[in-house]
Design a protein around this ligand. Structure first.
Ligand code: ZN
Length: 223
């Protein structure tokens, strides 16, 4: 969860993130704004982006520190299929012919400057193109001769789009939540005025009644 820290003087505005699994806290600088109703709200999108940069994760509204995120991933990871283990166990490596084909394919499909595959290629698609090759062989040759990065342009673009959309989504929610809080404040104010009015009406009604009695008594007594 995120918690806005009180801001004093010219201090940088900050929020405290608490891991929902282990309760570890992390204080980070974050933009804080005050809505018209006087309610403070943090730029959640900004806070989340900073936390992600530090290895935290936000999944279904749950905030997790790097350690707890790693544990969650390990829990959710599918078990390695037995067939794959067996193949990996008998892996004797590529033949000279396979090696040459893989390197030729990497030459065209890998962008060494960007450190990733062009388009949507992966170690897997290169392995598929070479008879009998395994993605692991491609990964080894790719890392040795071209680059460590096993990602590709398409995935990079998806990741960028996803990050941008995440940001927009959390910004939109933060804005609506701030407006909602401000509106709640106004509703509370209006209710307080209504309560004051009701109290005054009761007092006025009892005053008017006793006034009527006194007048009535006087009129009755005069007869
Ligand atoms: Zn944790």
């Amino acid at each position: 969860m995120l918690e806005i820290l009180p801001k004093s003087g010219g201090a940088v505005s900050r929020v405290k993130a608490t891991c929902d699994d282990c309760q570890r806290g992390e204080v980070i600088p974050c933009e804080i704004t005050r809505a018209s109703g006087g309610v403070w709200s943090a730029n959640e999108g900004q806070a989340h982006a900073k936390l992600r940069g530090q290895g935290w994760s936000i999944v279904k509204g749950k905030l997790r520190c790097m350690t707890c995120e790693a544990k969650r991933k390990a829990r959710n990871a599918p078990p390695v299929p037995v067939a794959v283990q067996a193949v990996a166990g008998t892996d004797k490596g590529p033949t000279r012919e396979q090696k040459r084909e893989i390197l030729e394919l990497l030459q065209v499909s890998y962008d060494a400057d960007a450190g990733r595959y062009r388009g949507a290629d992966t170690d897997g698609t290169v392995a598929e193109a070479v008879r009998g090759a395994l993605p692991g062989w491609v990964a080894d040759l790719r890392a040795e001769f071209f680059g460590e990065g096993g990602g590709n342009e398409a995935a990079g673009q998806y990741a960028d789009d996803l990050a941008a959309l995440r940001q927009r989504c959390s910004d939109a929610f933060a804005a609506v939540e701030a407006d909602f809080e401000a509106l709640k404040g106004k509703v509370d104010q209006a209710r307080a005025v209504r309560d004051d009015l009701a109290k005054l009406e009761v007092r006025y009604a009892s005053l008017a009644k006793s006034f009527d009695r006194r007048v009535g008594a006087k009129v009755g007594g005069g007869k």
